[in-house]
Design a protein. Structure first.
Length: 263
């Protein structure tokens, strides 16, 4: 008899273009051999060029989805994606505290692809007060990290490090471009690690943050220690970006190749 797969839950928004959100999470988990489940927070009408419409689901219904999944299937871990409303953050935090899952990865979606804030300051405050204390790891990009820390947007790598150190650990601040490299800042406690990777010359990066956080969740649930899970997830995500670099699936920012190692 084949062993049962590890089960994971994503609490995130739906991307009709299939590049980001829960679609990216589920593709990542399928590629890595884990069983993905979802609680949908928001439904979007979007493609590679624009987000044409957004419909939030009621917080009570999101909580009902979480209960439906976890009361029956259970899960070895969960990641949160697009929440965007204080009521949703409150509902999700309350349910996660009740179930006390072993791995909680919080990907706090706070800015759009241009780096512009999506929400009022109370959303970032709710993340910091309610969800970050539950997190095994938070994975904001550097712009989102500044919003969470209540600090000015950093203009240099040392300033990114300072923002990361201002957040409750462990935190992985992602996406700082330094010439031909991308640098992530990992703060598991008092120490700080700078993680370097090649910068790919492509616009096919839509959903890269979702993919990274989903992969970290998967590797944690599969038994890797946190630092190793981050390294494994960064490697998987980098290869997924590289393999899709020549794709032209739409006119704008395209998706990653989540199934690169099955080709």
């Amino acid at each position: 008899m084949m062993p049962e797969p590890v089960k994971l839950l994503t609490i995130a928004g739906s991307d009709s273009g299939g590049a980001a959100g829960l679609q990216a999470d589920l593709k990542t988990w399928t590629a890595l051999g884990v069983y993905g489940m979802s609680a949908v927070t928001v439904v979007t009408a979007q493609n590679s060029v624009q987000v044409a419409g957004v419909q939030f689901l009621p917080a009570g219904f999101v909580a009902q989805q979480i209960d439906a999944v976890l009361s029956d299937y259970g899960a070895a871990g969960v990641k949160t994606g697009f929440l965007g409303q204080v009521a949703l953050i409150e509902a999700v935090a309350e349910r996660l505290a009740a179930y006390a899952l072993p791995h909680v990865v919080v990907d706090p979606v706070l800015v759009n692809h241009r780096g512009e804030p999506l929400f009022a300051a109370d959303v970032a405050a709710a993340y910091r007060a309610l969800l970050l204390p539950l997190a095994t790891l938070a994975t904001p990009n550097w712009r989102e990290a500044a919003l969470l820390a209540g600090r000015p947007r950093p203009g240099s790598l040392p300033e990114v490090v300072a923002v990361a150190q201002a957040l409750p650990p462990p935190v992985l601040v992602t996406g700082w471009a330094a010439g031909e490299e991308m640098v992530d800042v990992f703060c598991p406690g008092r120490e700080t690690h700078l993680l370097h990777a090649p910068r790919h010359a492509t616009t096919n990066t839509h959903g890269s943050g979702d993919t990274l956080s989903a992969a970290i969740t998967a590797y944690l649930a599969l038994g890797q220690p946190l630092f190793q899970a981050i390294h494994s997830a960064r490697s998987y995500t980098g290869r997924a970006i590289a393999r899709a670099s020549g794709w032209h699936l739409g006119a704008g920012h395209g998706p990653l190749d989540h199934l690169w190692h099955h080709a």
